[in-house]
Design a binder for this molecule. Structure first.
Ligand code: AMP
Length: 358
């Protein structure tokens, strides 16, 4: 009789990040169970049980079936997370899911951020404009992703319309920065405090959605050390376990933190082919108390497929391309897959960038 193993890791969510975590779990011999909905894409490789992630009792019942729990999205109510055997811990997730404590936390770690002010009313917004200056971006404190929940202000008279458009929910106003580049640093910290870093990644967005990630960032030089120092401070302050991504704006020789993601991150998908150990494997190693794997990497480019996947007949003509199709229904603005190339295949990359942008 075959014995069914108790799943070791439960993932709250069953989207593409859970899918890639489950793919990395297989060779490690780690059993995964996902809390999601029928038809979620992680179903291709892992068991997905239906769970309402807003229902604390349902999430607790799910967590009782596994040894430990992790997340693929920070947008889960903090109240649902408390009391779970959760990696990363609920405090870290709580800070990362609200832009106001997140910004204050970065400041408390000595990390620079854009000028910002808390906004809970139209009067607050009018006052905030005076402190941050214009242009500025009004961002919802919670549930923002892929540029959603953001309104740009260019003139003081834009305040009322912006407050209306954002829906009058708690926000922050951020002064709009002029920056040289957007980069992210991905790191993993294990249960015994071992930390590994990937090289800085340069990210290009369009319409608020990540389009391209290139690793390493060509002008990393002293910035890699600065980013690693900031990351170490954040990881240790939070007693963080797992993979963490911090997004920075580069201004000359300075890094200003934009936001952090307490999970595996889209800008780290290239590590599947480009690094000795992917971000997905290192996240599992970290939360399971295993030794972390080498992050030795080679220059790699990742292109997101937004809306639809290119045809297999098109991609198979490029021998160095790796194709990741999440098996999601095509829909405008939706991340449905990604393509990875070694950065040396620059002609192929330019060709694909052009095709995916049209
Ligand atoms: P976010 O959701 O905060 O990552 O913002 C989405 C995108 O908007 C970023 O990747 C930047 O391209 C841009 N952005 C966000 N905040 C600022 C800022 N303070 N100054 C300039 N651009 C910003």
């Amino acid at each position: 009789m075959t014995q069914t193993l108790r799943p070791q890791v439960g993932i709250l969510g069953a989207g593409q990040l859970a899918l890639m975590l489950a793919q990395a779990a297989k060779p490690l011999g780690v059993q995964i169970l996902c809390a999601g909905q029928p038809g979620d894409c992680a179903e291709q490789v892992a068991q997905v049980v239906p769970v309402d992630l807003d229902d604390a009792a349902a999430v607790a019942a799910f967590a009782a079936q596994v040894d430990l729990v992790t997340i693929e999205s920070e947008n889960i109510h903090a109240a649902v997370l408390h009391g779970l055997n959760l990696y990363p811990n609920a405090r870290a997730v709580g800070i990362a899911q609200d832009r106001l404590p997140e910004k204050r936390f970065f400041q408390s770690c000595g990390i620079g951020v854009a000028p910002f002010a808390s906004v809970d009313s139209l009067q607050d917004l009018e006052r905030a404009i005076e402190s941050t200056g214009l242009p500025a971006i009004l961002k919802t404190r919670r549930m923002g992703y892929d540029g959603k929940g953001q309104v740009r202000l260019y003139r003081p008279e834009d305040a009322a319309a912006a407050w209306d458009e954002i829906g009058g929910v708690p926000c922050i106003l951020e002064g709009m920065l002029r920056f040289d580049a957007e980069v992210s640093l991905i790191a993993a910290r294990s249960r015994i405090g071992q930390i590994v870093f990937y090289p800085l990644i340069q990210n290009h967005h369009r319409d608020g959605i990540l389009r391209t990630s290139i690793a390493p960032y060509a002008h990393a030089e002293s910035l890699q050390g600065q980013a690693e120092a900031h990351m170490t401070k954040v990881l240790e302050e939070l007693d963080y376990v797992g993979v963490l991504a911090i997004e920075f704006f580069v201004q000359g020789e300075m890094l200003l933190a934009n936001e952090m993601a307490p999970r595996v991150h889209n800008s780290g998908h290239w590590t599947i082919e480009g690094s000795k150990t992917s971000q997905f494997e290192n996240h599992l190693r970290a939360i399971l108390g295993m030794e972390l794997g080498s992050t030795e990497s080679r220059p790699t480019v990742m292109l997101n497929c937004i809306g639809t996947m290119p045809l297999v007949a098109e991609t198979e003509q490029f021998p160095t391309l790796s194709r990741h199709d999440y098996g999601k229904e095509a829909r405008p603005g939706r991340k449905v897959g990604h393509l990875t190339f070694p950065a040396s295949a620059s002609a192929d990359i330019a060709e694909w960038q052009r095709l995916l942008e049209t």
